[in-house]
Design a protein around this ligand. Sequence first.
Ligand code: URA
Length: 426
Amino acid sequence: MTVFHAVDVIKAKRDGEILTDTQIRSFIQAYTDGQVAEEQAAALLMAVVWQGMTTEELSAWTAAMVASGDRLDLSGVGRPTVDKHSTGGVGDKVSLPLVAIVAACGAAVPQLSGRGLGHTGGTLDKMESIPGWRAALPPDEMITVLQRVGGVICAAGPGLAPADRKLYALRDVTGTVESIPLIASSIMSKKIAEGTKALVLDVKVGTGAFMSDLGQARTLAETMVQLGQANGLRTSALITAMDTPLGRAAGNAVEVEESLEVLQGGGPEDLVTLTHALAREMLALAGVDADADAVRHDGRALATWRAMVAAQGGDPDAALPQATDHQAIRAPQSGYVTRLDARAVGNAAWRLGAGRARKEDIVSKTAGIWCRAKPGEWVEEGQPVVELAIDDPARVPAALDALTGAFDIGPEPPPTRDLIIDYIHF
Ligand code: URA
């Protein structure tokens, strides 16, 4: 048997050599088991940031992360399974209405989600603003909800890709998050372990996204689609714009409120457009022939949402918590809003308390931002452009600071921009 030395693997990657399957598997397993030191894993991660990975290395790395924990078996659910993953953006509450819509159409959606970090929100944080709703479900209960209701949004348990849990925390503090192979393997290992048979990725590009370069976003999307296909998941991706918040709300309860509008047949146009595009793609991959628009208008999606909420202890009839105060930032002159920056709005919501700076932070359910005017809309002088939903007045100055220069107003409407920039299919 070959003796495994972590330092040999680190040096090989540092020097641009191609790692073998065995080297990768041994390293990931030993790190998960606590036999590789944090500094050694950090050194290997930094070498990967610089040297990249070949397709074969990436496939072995992803497989090793999946093998570090459990892989759920959803074959007993009785409906085709399909999920969606977004790389994260400001006001991106699409998962909330989407899971209910696609489930109401007849597919099963096992949405294992995370919490927000930094300026982008997390689906679980949003759902937790619903009185009584709980994120943690053991795998057998999750499968029961999927069978009964068709959709579930819950926390990924500790048994799912534990290597990624450790590696992601380490990447966060070692400047090694920004690497396409590391991001792709991190996201895809969790989705492969989750057991879904099909997956649609929403790769965001723009100021409010993880990536602001279209070429990089496209490479990330292609890499993830290839990884999914190679692991038996029918996978496709949309590349979508994230320069301005999606919809009008950014925060937790405020985003649930807006999601309910969509489920009741209304909601902001950009949010509805993206939700429908993703629903169509998911239903096509799942082989389900159904009309997403019909279930949104005839109450079936809303009924599924209510059942999903109730299945996890939530009260679908309870009023959502409300902020204690509001403050508007008003248009200094009349004109068209030509820009409303997603990153600035995300940072402001975060500073008001809607997001967290460290994993341990508790988020505010009610703090957030309402975008009262979006790019392309006309405002009169003095009309609110952005409104802060406040539950802690001490946080307002930092939020106002984040919003300095966040929007422009001009005499002409801005050029229209495509929300959906590209589709990646193989
Ligand atoms: N989301 C993940 O799950 N992993 C990454 O590496 C980046 C975003």
